[in-house]
Write a protein that binds this ligand. Structure first.
Ligand code: ATP
Length: 204
């Protein structure tokens, strides 16, 4: 499978980009979705978290109690690392399984939509990295608008992430999303025209 890692900061436009690509024939694996699936009730992932962090992290309805888990790892760096390592293992396994399914359907390439692609060093597994770029001002504005955050809250969320400049050296392709949606589409059309052959369904 040819892996194209797509990443970018919060509210940079990753979902907008992926949705456009999906409409034009790409296939994608959504790491956020996988991260939720691997801890659904009854999964080995949730069982492993229960073993590591105690029964209280599972609510009475069998769902992961994120607040309880958050309270445990919030003040304990070692536990936070343990949680991340556990989750990372399950997520990676599930993503590999999804990639195999896509391959079985004949896809030769997939978009790996991974918000923390660089931070987790997952970019090393990718054949290409695409980075969505917005200026700090645009990012702040779009995040406040989309999430209804105050300027303070939005700034705080942005500041807690790795910056675009830090991510740039790891990327092969910058997708500038400072313009209008139409301008973005135009850029994506050019990019997609140069890459769509990679995705072509292979004869099985
Ligand atoms: P997150 O990291 O929070 O998942 P994201 O990177 O997937 O966010 P999107 O949800 O695609 O970002 O975009 C953030 C917001 O900006 C959305 O409300 C989206 O509609 C809007 N947006 C994206 N691109 C543009 C654009 N070119 N012009 C105007 N608004 C845009």
């Amino acid at each position: 499978m040819y892996k194209i890692g797509l990443t970018g900061g919060i509210a940079s436009g990753k979902s907008t980009v992926v949705n456009w690509l999906l409409r034009h024939g790409a296939v994608a694996i959504d790491a956020d979705l996988v991260a939720r699936e691997v801890v659904e009730p009854g999964t080995p992932g949730l069982a492993a978290l229960r073993d590591a962090f105690g029964d209280d992290i599972v609510a009475t309805d069998g769902m992961l109690d994120r607040a309880a888990l958050g309270a445990i790892v919030f003040t304990d760096e070692a536990k936070r690392k343990q949680l991340n390592a556990l989750l990372h293992g399950f997520i990676k396994e599930a993503i590999d399984a999804k990639a195999k399914q896509l391959e079985a359907q004949g896809y030769a390439a997939a978009i790996y939509d991974i918000p923390l692609l660089i931070e987790t060093e997952w970019y090393k597994d990718m054949d290409e990295v695409w980075l969505v770029y917005v200026s700090p001002e645009t990012q702040l504005h779009r995040l406040m608008e989309r999430n209804g955050y105050s300027e303070e809250e939005a700034s705080h969320r942005i500041a807690s992430q790795m910056s675009f400049d830090e991510k740039r050296p790891y990327s092969d392709q910058i997708i500038d999303n400072n313009g209008t949606p139409e301008e973005l589409e135009q850029k994506l059309r050019i990019l997609w025209n140069g890459k769509k052959h990679l995705f072509a369904l292979q004869a099985r």
